[in-house]
Write a protein that binds this ligand. Sequence first.
Ligand code: GDD
Ligand code: MN
Length: 368
Amino acid sequence: MTKCRTPVLAVVIPTYNEVENVPILVQRLEQTLAGIDWELIFVDDDSPDDTAQRIREIACEHPQVRLLQRIGRRGLSSACIEGMLATTAPYLAVMDADLQHDELLLPEMLLRLQREPLDLVIGSRYVTGGQVSDWDAQRASMSQLATRLGQHLIKADVKDPMSGFFMLRAGVLHQCVRGLSGVGYKILLDLFATYPRPLRFVELPYRFRPRQAGESKLDEAVLWEYLLMLIQKWIGPMIPARFIAFSLIGGSGVFVHMLVLWVSFKALDTSFLVGQSVAALVAMTTNFFLNNLFTYSDMRLRGWDLLRGWLSFVAACSVGALANVGIASWIFEVHSFWVLSALAGILVGAVWNYAVTAVYTWKRPKAA
Ligand code: GDD
Ligand code: MN
């Protein structure tokens, strides 16, 4: 067999508004990885600060730098996955662009993978010798909670399952990539939960440094995406987690509806028909905004798209309501069991609303 001539190691770095950190990072990696055949793959989600352009400029002088620029997309996990799929190197590392991860750990990670029967090496803040600098109490407890939930899910004794800093054999990714959820921040957890066998891993301690420039993108939406991912792993791939979120929000719409109906019909003394119509419209509107905020946080509509989205949402849900009533009364005529008829109607309506709005309201970017 001829010797494989691809780089040995690909370092995959997702970026969103990291223009100031990128040059420093490239320089540090070059020093640290001297002597290793490596490449660097940035995956940039079209950062408004033009990180991608800066990367192109840097690549002129640093031929191991590659860039995958994604348009109309967001998401740390999916960026990591696509970056890892864009290389043919047998060892893949993932790290942040903001210099919080200690690049000095990379050569040791590679050596361990090459010499020991391991699938994965994790840079860990929570094993002896590891450390977190500069976190406030809220961020620290948020991380602890997420860590505990995560450990519960993967049933492996990983001290830092939320780590965004790790290296793995490419074959591990290829074996489970089709099952990865790709949602949210937690790519490592996703790998553990999806890989068909227990992963053989070690955790190497490092000090999680303060962010160099720019700001963290971890916010409530990220936490919510994390919960969605946990739910998805629990219920299995048959029912999309988005559908669960969509249905939960739909349930909240019932309360909104009742509240508005009560105010309008009882307090403001409108006719029932007017009250019911206004309540339905308000509930659809709050549902639309909540879904836009949470269910589709990764493809949120903004500006004029909001108006178009709202119109299509209301149109789809109105048809959904008709389908709901139609199916329910048809079943009721046949079986005359009212609870079951109503539930069947609600299910059909919910599936319809979800399926139609997934296509027409929150359009996916055009497949190339
Ligand atoms: N392409 C792309 N798309 N990159 C993104 C996106 C995105 O939507 N969101 C964030 N990034 C990039 C950032 O530019 C950075 O390089 C890296 O992903 C991590 O983002 P941060 O916003 O700096 O995350 P953090 O420091 O709060 O979170 C870190 O700690 C967590 C543990 O608490 C990350 O390492 C997480 O992976 C880790 O789980
Ligand atoms: Mn960071």
